[in-house]
Design a protein around this ligand. Sequence first.
Ligand code: IPM
Ligand code: MG
Length: 359
Amino acid sequence: MYKIAVLPGDGIGTEIVPEAVKALNAVGARFGHEFSFTQALVGGAAYDAVGHPLPDETLNLCKESDAVLLGAIGGPQYENLPVHLRPEIGALLPLRKELALYANLRPCMLFPDLIQASTLKEEVLRGVDILVLRELTGGIYFGEKKRGFNAEGIPEASDLLKYSSIEIERIARFAYEAARGRRKRICSVDKANVLESSRLWREVVTGLAKEYPDVETTHMYVDNCSMQLIRNPRQFDVIVTENMFGDILTDEASMLTGSIGMLPSASIGGEVALYEPAHGSAPDIAGQKKANPLATILSVAMMLRYSFRLEKEAKLIEQAVNQVLTEGYRTPDLQEPGKKTVNTEEMGNKICEILTAVR
Ligand code: IPM
Ligand code: MG
């Protein structure tokens, strides 16, 4: 029996998460696994209900579970709350920190049927398969934040970007281990020409590289990386980078997959891992059944793989996603002429049909 904490959160989170739960149940029925789901509030939904975006009850449930499935958090109605009550700073970041989820895995895999859905050319995209490892519990997201006035009385603000060598080494090690199971190349992304924290980052990675002579190590500045990702994305195997660079680069990299609605993620490091789509709560389309549930469904495939070591089951979900796309079903974010448009729930149903039927 696998115990899963389910945190739908805000916006489209409440629409996509049930589809991923359905997919897990279909896999469970097929392979004889039992998944138990306990739902809890997080983000704006929790603030509305109980006055805090990360209630103790929710955090405790996560800690007691075998894995956490999160939808998305945030929305315009919460943007003017005091900072500590905002869904991002009050819930998502502390959740990552409390669960010690320092490694965020965002795999950009290309489903061949979606090549046309990308804004990039087919010859650029063919064969793209990148794993971005984003450091998730350090750097500028967690450094000291200050607001004040300078000597002339002009408002000022600052966010501290700080890393210890321990934080750098553990994410880099994770990247090297992951690269060993792939094409054995890591590209460490930093801004070492300007930032001291990046110079330490580069030193630590360079030192660690000696322990992994079988893995090719390269270093790239983040500005160049953002250009190379759309110039020639096939050059990358594993990218490892600090928290904010990883946030920005993975939104960019999601377009290699056709839509940000296709990018799953796993956040790993502590005893319990967390799985969520890399996209946000999309308030502009929330409540309209338009959201693409595939990133969340692919995130539970990662849950099966990394938390439960159920590789066959994980692959089956990925295969079902591939098949549904080959059959021409598309949520509106992936719309192309000649394809069959389905809503969030219909897409989830199609996936479940395949999970149940495929041999
Ligand atoms: C992500 C998101 C979050 C982040 C936001 C919602 C705080 O953009 O997971 O990429 O910046 O980490
Ligand atoms: Mg982001």
